[in-house]
Design a protein around this ligand. Structure first.
Ligand SMILES: [Zn+2]
Length: 302
């Protein structure tokens, strides 16, 4: 079986052809150009499908997408202003009508979790959380061997756990949300405030690792916020593993160790005993792999 897989994010749309073993036959990416609106995005995805079908004989299309996704009907239940005019789009159905192929759709962080479960850091794990740290903080709950998406496809909005009542305003309309303090964007904002413009996170982390006192102090504050959110999740769900994805996972072992030792000090002994922290293994491609896995699981059930 060969599948076209597409990952729609706020900045880039990634697309690929993969086989049923998860091997990539082709992959590419184009800018999302989200400001052009939902209809332009549908047209873009249709063009990418045409391109994939011109290269590879496909048996189906599977989409990973930002936003809250009705994974039964392949519909965008809710998307923030990152993707204006996208809420309500019946994307799977429109892609299926355009290509003549079966199509399905799932939220992107859920796809990260599926991809890491299938081929990455969460192989063989029945209870884990996937936390993606980037512009915001995304979450996926993989419980008892399957994704848990809630009563209406919106579970796992970890980024909007309240961390500081009446704190910084958030894109969701509330104040003091976790992602306003513990996302990569929040860290970047704090770094810029303290050290001035022009400090990219990569260079900043080098300073932290080199032991620059001010850099370390800021890092420890950010880390404390990050693990205070995770503390709530661990006590609620008792996972055996937290997979950290998103751009920040490039910090690898350094961040893994830091998160684990900070979090261990905040959780009860029985939660601590079995908890592992791992960085996503396929950061750039786990959403695409997860989309493929989603299609295979769904077609297996039918
Ligand atoms: Zn929020």
């Amino acid at each position: 079986m060969q599948l076209g897989v597409i990952d729609i994010g706020g900045t880039f749309v990634k697309y690929a052809a993969v086989d049923e073993e998860g091997a990539f036959l082709f992959h590419g990416s184009v800018p999302t150009e989200a400001a052009q609106g939902g209809e332009a995005l549908v047209a873009k995805v249709q063009r990418l499908c045409d391109e994939l079908m011109g290269k590879v004989q496909l048996d189906g299309i599977s989409i990973s997408s930002a936003g809250q996704i009705d994974n039964v009907n392949g519909r965008v239940v809710f998307a923030t202003d990152t993707l204006p005019g996208y809420t309500g789009t019946e994307l799977a159905q429109r892609i299926s009508a355009h290509t003549g192929l079966p199509a399905c759709m799932e939220n992107d962080v859920n796809c990260t979790a599926l991809g890491e479960y299938w081929k990455g850091a969460a192989r063989g794990t029945r209870d884990f959380l996937c936390v993606t740290i980037g512009t915001g903080i995304g979450g996926a709950l993989f419980l008892n061997g399957e994704l848990y998406t809630g009563s209406h496809f919106s579970a796992g909005e970890i980024g909007h756990i309240n961390l500081y009542p009446n704190g910084t305003p958030c894109t969701c309309g509330q104040r003091g949300c976790y992602e306003q303090y513990a996302s990569s964007l929040a860290l970047q904002r704090q770094v810029t405030e303290q050290f001035g413009e022009g400090w990219e996170l990569k260079a900043y982390f080098e300073q932290v690792k080199a032991g620059n006192r001010d850099a370390v102090q800021l890092f420890e504050h950010w880390l404390d916020d990050l693990t205070t959110g995770l503390q709530t999740l661990v006590h609620l769900l008792n996972p055996e593993l937290i997979v950290i994805g998103g751009g920040i996972s490039a910090q690898g072992d350094f961040l893994q160790q830091a998160v684990l030792s900070s979090l261990e000090n905040k959780i009860m002994p029985n939660h601590r005993q079995s908890l592992q922290i791992k960085m996503a293994e396929h950061d750039n491609k786990s959403n695409l792999l997860g989309a493929a896995k989603n299609f295979l699981d769904k077609s297996g059930m039918e």
